[in-house]
Design a protein. Structure first.
Length: 324
C-alpha cells in the first residue's frame, strides 16, 4: 500500500504527558509476616515510555519521525526516557522535555507476580504547569511547526495540556495548515476546540455528554453533538468489539467500521495506536476512510499482544485484505 510507504516521510509533533512505565516482575511463595500481603521476589525489571511516550513508540515503529514536547523532572526517570527515545532515533534537538523543579517525572511502577499485577506505585505531581513553563513549551512548538505535518495532543491529565497551551498551539498550527489530533481526557474535553480529529472511546465520549453511548443510535446522536459543541472536523469513537465510528462535519457523515480484532489479550495502549496511525495516514495524504481502516487494523493487531504494544508498517501491510 503506497500510503504506508509515505509514513517514513512524515514528522509529527507529540505534545503531552510523558511518563516512565516500570515493570518489576517476580514470584510469590509466601505471605509477609508484617501484613497480610504477598512477598514478591524480584526477578527482572524493565522500563518503557508511557503516556505520550507510547505514541512516540508507535510512530517510530511505523517509520515516522517524532518531535517531543512535554515536562519531566530532574531525575533518573527523565534520563531513562531520554535514553529510550534516543534509541528510537529521536535526536536531542527534537526532544523538548522541559525539566521542572516543581515536579518529578511521572513514573508508574507495576509489581507483577507471574502474570498477576500485585500493585502499582505512582510517582507524580499532576497539577497544571506554570505560565513560564507553558511559554517555553509554546516557543519550542512554534519553532518546530514548520517541520511537521501534524500535532498529536496526548492528554493524560498530568498537567501539560492546559487551556492556554491548547489554544495557542491550535492557533499556531492552524495558521500553518498543520493537522491537529487529540487523544482526549474526559475532564478536559471542553478544551478541545477547532481541532481536526478527536479519538475518544465510547465511555469517554459518553461521560463528556453525561450519558451512555452504547447502541448505534446513541453513538450517532452523541457523535454529532460532540462535533457541533467542539467545532471539530472529525470524530473517531472507538467502541471495543463494536469497532469504530467515524463522524465528519463537512458532509454530516457517520460511518461504522467493524472490529478487526481476532483475539483480545490486552487493550493497553490501543488508543495510542489508533491516534498514531490515523494521524500518520492523514498527514501522509490519505483519506479519512483509509486512515480509519488502517487504524482499525492496527488496533486489531495490538490487542492481540500483551502490554502496551506497537504495530509496524509491515504488519499493517500483511494484514488480511489490505491492498492498493
Amino acid at each position: 500500500m503506497k500510503l504506508l510507504e509515505r509514513f517514513k516521510d512524515v514528522s509529527i509533533l507529540v505534545l503531552g504527558d510523558f511518563m516512565l512505565d516500570e515493570y518489576v516482575m517476580g514470584t510469590v511463595d509466601r505471605i509477609s509476616p508484617e501484613a497480610p500481603v504477598p512477598v514478591v521476589l524480584e526477578r527482572t525489571r524493565k522500563h518503557m515510555p508511557g503516556g505520550a511516550g507510547n505514541v512516540v513508540c508507535n510512530l517510530a515503529a511505523l517509520g515516522a519521525r517524532a518531535i517531543l514536547v512535554g515536562v519531566v523532572g530532574p531525575d533518573e526517570a527523565r534520563a531513562k526516557l531520554a535514553e529510550m527515545f534516543a534509541a528510537l532515533g529521536v535526536r536531542p534537538e527534537e526532544m523538548a522535555l522541559l525539566e521542572s523543579a516543581n515536579r518529578p517525572t511521572t513514573r508508574k511502577t507495576r509489581i507483577l507476580a507471574g502474570n498477576q499485577q500485585v500493585c502499582r506505585l505512582d510517582t507524580e505531581r499532576a497539577g497544571p504547569i506554570d505560565a513560564a513553563e507553558e511559554n517555553r513549551l509554546v516557543e519550542f512548538i512554534e519553532a518546530k511547526l514548520d517541520r511537521v505535518r501534524a500535532v498529536i495532543f496526548s492528554d493524560y491529565d498530568k498537567g501539560v495540556i492546559t487551556p492556554g497551551i491548547l489554544k495557542r498551539t491550535v492557533a499556531a498550527a492552524r495558521a500553518r495548515n498543520v493537522f491537529l489530533a487529540v487523544d482526549p481526557q474526559v475532564t478536559h474535553f471542553h478544551y478541545y476546540q477547532n481541532v481536526h480529529v478527536l479519538t475518544p472511546n465510547h465511555h469517554e465520549a459518553g461521560r463528556f455528554l453525561g450519558r451512555k453511548l452504547i447502541e448505534d443510535t446513541e453513538v450517532q446522536l452523541g457523535g454529532f453533538e460532540i462535533l457541533d459543541r467542539l467545532s471539530s472536523e472529525m470524530l473517531l469513537i472507538t467502541r471495543g468489539e463494536k469497532g469504530m465510528t467515524l463522524f465528519e462535519a463537512r458532509n454530516r457523515a457517520c460511518r461504522q467500521f467493524p472490529t478487526r480484532a481476532r483475539e483480545v489479550f490486552d487493550v493497553t495502549g490501543a488508543g495510542d495506536t489508533v491516534i498514531s496511525i490515523f494521524t500518520l495516514a492523514m498527514a501522509a495524504g490519505g483519506t479519512p476512510e483509509e486512515a480509519v481502516e488502517l487504524s482499525n487494523r492496527g488496533a486489531g493487531i495490538v490487542v492481540g499482544k500483551l502490554g502496551a504494544a506497537t504495530v509496524t508498517a509491515e504488519e499493517l501491510m500483511n494484514a488480511e485484505g489490505l491492498s492498493g
